[in-house]
Design a binder for this molecule. Structure first.
Ligand SMILES: *Cc1c(COP(=O)(O)O)cnc(C)c1O
Length: 226
């Protein structure tokens, strides 16, 4: 019964989120848990929606658009969390409530509009590898200024993926420090921290994460990537 296993893992993870929040002296209701459903079929999203879940994360445009269309009418919020090509940015706006992976000027320019704003998070690259997504910490201030000067995007805060083989907790602390030092003086409302995945969300909660992006701990292993 693969389906009931998903429900069980979902309840288990939500309990862990709840406990970690209380242990950190935080209100669990203030955390947004985004279930990352990339590579999984729309039926899995529907099952979680039936359990009352609303926030889902996807990392590929075609796949995300298809699921959003299939599940239209359920009132779901789609968070785009993957690397995004500029030529797809406007299409993502059509179904996504937020983009967590804003990391360069070409994407920012493509998102600009006089229409309704979309929520965005600036992705910070915590590695030394510029090939990974994200803005280098030393470029964050200037990029944040450009985001704030662009119509049609509402800066919510920062997003990061902890690197492999390092202490996730210290990396999350670094993201929080960048928010406090670089983002908040420019944009006092941009308090959000999108950080924490299946293997490290408890550490992220301790360091102030507001948006968790949790995939396999709930969905089980991802099917082979097509
Ligand atoms: C896939 C993905 C996640 C979820 O990862 P899990 O380890 O399955 O929880 C979170 N964030 C991003 C950016 C991802 O691509």
């Amino acid at each position: 019964m693969a389906h009931s296993e998903v429900a069980e893992r979902y309840r288990d993870v939500m309990d862990r989120v709840d406990r970690a929040a209380r242990a950190a002296g935080r209100d669990p209701a203030a955390l947004v848990t985004i279930v990352v459903t990339k590579f999984h079929p729309a039926e899995l999203v529907r099952e979680l929606a039936d359990l009352g879940h609303r926030d889902f994360g996807e990392s590929r445009h075609q796949e995300a658009r298809r699921k959003a269309a299939d599940l239209d009418g359920l009132g779901l919020a789609w968070h785009f969390i993957g690397q995004l090509q500029s030529n797809k940015a406007r299409a993502v706006r059509e179904y996504a409530s937020s983009i967590h992976s804003l990391d360069r000027d070409s994407l920012l320019t493509a998102l600009a509009t006089d229409g309704d704003p979309i929520d965005v998070f600036i992705e910070v690259n915590l590695t030394d590898d510029p090939g990974r997504g994200g803005v280098a910490p030393e470029s964050l201030a200037a990029f944040a200024d450009r985001v704030l000067a662009t119509p049609g995007v509402r800066l919510r805060g920062l997003m990061a993926v902890a690197g492999l083989g390092r202490s996730a907790r210290s990396e999350f602390a670094r993201v929080r420090e960048l928010r406090d030092r670089v983002v908040l003086p420019r944009a006092p409302d941009a308090t959000a921290l999108s950080m924490g995945m299946s293997g490290d969300f408890e550490d992220a909660i301790l360091e102030g994460a507001t948006h968790l992006r949790i995939g396999t701990a709930i969905t089980g292993n991802r099917p082979d990537r097509a």
